[in-house]
Design a protein. Sequence first.
Length: 269
Amino acid sequence: MSWVSHISEGIAWLERPARGETLVLLHGIGSNAGSFAPLLPHLPETTRVIAWNAPGYGGSDPLAQDWPQAQDYATALRGLLDRLHIGTCALLGHSLGALVAAAFAAGHADRVTHLTLAAPAIGHGVTPGEVLSAAAQIRIDDLERQGAKAFAAARAPRLVFRPEDNPESLALVQTAMGQVTMPGYGQAARMLASGRLLDDAERLWLPTDVIVGAEDRVTPPEGARRVHGVLHANARGRYTELPDLGHALYQQDPARFARALDLTAAAAA
């Protein structure tokens, strides 16, 4: 079954209905809910899959805060889950989505059966309201100067391992990135600047896996290993490094990424 589109109280999401465990997917800063389309056929048919468009993305209203923090996105996620009457779910956050997923799970451990942090963005640790980190400011400046299409054309190849040999994966990444808009992207970039994933990871007390592409140039494996290393012993799940994959690992090889997911543990929780 393919996606069904929904929108509720300013949040848009895609759903593949099913009667089993619910898996919620949180995309990265240059992506959207539709970016998970390549992964969908490789997930168990009994799994209900929900992919949100984060505030400011794909039909979702931006947040009220000019400089939101991960917890503000987590609050928006909690509202969506409440409206959908989802008491518990497995949660997967990719890149920037990992910051949101960890913030939500740290505050609502009773609602997450299993957490996966994929190519996790650690954040830059800037105090909100201070000078933006250079990396975040460059993102905003480039988007405003180049426009979304040119911005995506320039940045997307960094997300795919050997993009010249993987034109279909590159096209998927570039298409999604070419749809980003302000103010949503600017808010997300500022959240990335103030993000502190390692702090939230230390607060996790539920099964947490970390998956990263061995060739990831955006969120390299060293960072993913740091995240896995700070997890408490009872929360430290599997660490998986997938060879020959970059940042857009679930788009470049969705079958291999799906095999790395521990959805059986989530369903049994």
